[in-house]
Design a protein. Structure first.
Length: 335
């Protein structure tokens, strides 16, 4: 049996706290919009079984105004009917990101999975019936924690073996914790999970911009990134993020859109694409043993408009940043 375990912490830090918008409320099932509500001191969030998705994340800004800082629909039913399906806040699976030619080999046996991108030249986020197109089961629910589960059968989308997965979201004071467990119960199979959350720390209330391109991003451990081809398939190379280059968010914090006027940004996120959709390597091993919960964030993003900062801690070796270049409304960034 093979297993994947992924943990991530998002610590939200407004410069001044006001808690009157976060009063405790009785814990029941889903509300009238199909959402499950969690809360802790200074933070409140809503989730739905469809894709085990986060739909709302509320925190007060520096003026005590509550902001919803992630992108999601008001009603859970909208997720299944949206034709564009931009993976809002869900858990793509069983394999996030892309598989070239929708083909892979395990133990000398070749597997062909369902293609769904680039004229069927690759499989993105698990295929046309990936996990964030499906309803998970709620297996545990308290005031500050919820666990979703899915059983992915052998042969689904062409993937070998059954996979059982548990996605647990927990809130503690000003912190959102994500834990993902996936168990391959019958056969070896590729598994890679992530949280496909879109952030807008302005809560779409900034009169000067409705995008997150003015947010400040810092990737202090990411002096390298994974090289890709024109359709964003990894090509086996590790590339340097040279100081001052369009992918340099490690030597100093920079605005997400600081590089849009740089000619080198063209093609950075694929053929004729200008923006970010890149996998940045998290280089921590050189420092010796570390505890990912306390060593420091792999990424920080902040807004001058609201004063809200999100510090992201992760036990993974890489970190994807997407500046929303492929959406119909470029209004957020996903990590």
């Amino acid at each position: 049996m093979h297993a994947l375990l992924f943990s991530l912490l998002c610590v939200l830090v407004p410069a001044a706290q006001s808690s009157h918008h976060n009063r405790p409320r009785e814990v029941r099932g889903a509300d009238q919009n199909g959402k499950y509500i969690l809360q802790a001191e200074g933070i409140r969030a809503q989730f739905i079984p469809y894709g085990a998705s986060i739909t709302n994340l509320f925190i007060n800004d520096t003026n005590g105004v509550e902001r919803d800082i992630v992108l999601g629909f008001d009603n859970a039913t909208h997720y299944s009917i949206d034709q564009l399906h931009p993976h809002l806040g869900g858990v793509p699976g069983r394999y996030a990101n892309r598989i070239r030619n929708s083909t892979f080999e395990i133990g000398g046996e070749e597997y062909h999975i369902e293609p769904n991108e680039n004229n069927n030249n690759d499989t993105l986020h698990g295929g046309p019936n990936g996990w964030d197109y499906r309803n998970f089961t709620v297996v545990a629910y308290t005031q500050d924690s919820i666990t979703f589960s899915i059983v992915d059968p052998d042969g689904e989308q062409g993937f070998p073996g059954e996979v059982i997965s548990y996605i647990t979201y927990t809130l503690s004071p000003y912190t959102w914790h994500i834990k993902m467990v996936a168990l391959a119960t019958t056969k070896k199979t590729p598994i890679m999970l992530t949280s496909h959350t879109y952030w807008n720390l302005d809560g779409f209330q900034n009169p000067d911009s409705d995008t997150a391109l003015n947010h400040t991003l810092h990737l202090p451990l990411s002096g390298q990134r994974i090289g890709v081809d024109n359709i964003l398939i990894p090509d086996g190379t590790i590339l340097p993020n040279l100081p001052g280059s369009v992918n340099d968010f490690w030597t100093q914090p920079r605005q997400v859109g600081f590089n849009l006027d740089d000619p080198d940004i063209v093609g950075n996120c694929g053929f004729n694409c200008s923006g970010l959709d890149n996998c940045y390597i998290v280089n921590r091993d050189a420092d010796g043993p570390y505890d990912w919960r306390t060593k420091g964030p792999v990424a920080s993003v902040s807004s001058n408009f609201t004063g809200i900062t999100v510090d992201i801690f992760s036990d993974q070796d890489a970190f994807q940043v997407y500046s929303c270049v492929g959406q119909n409304v470029c209004s957020s960034s996903v990590f």
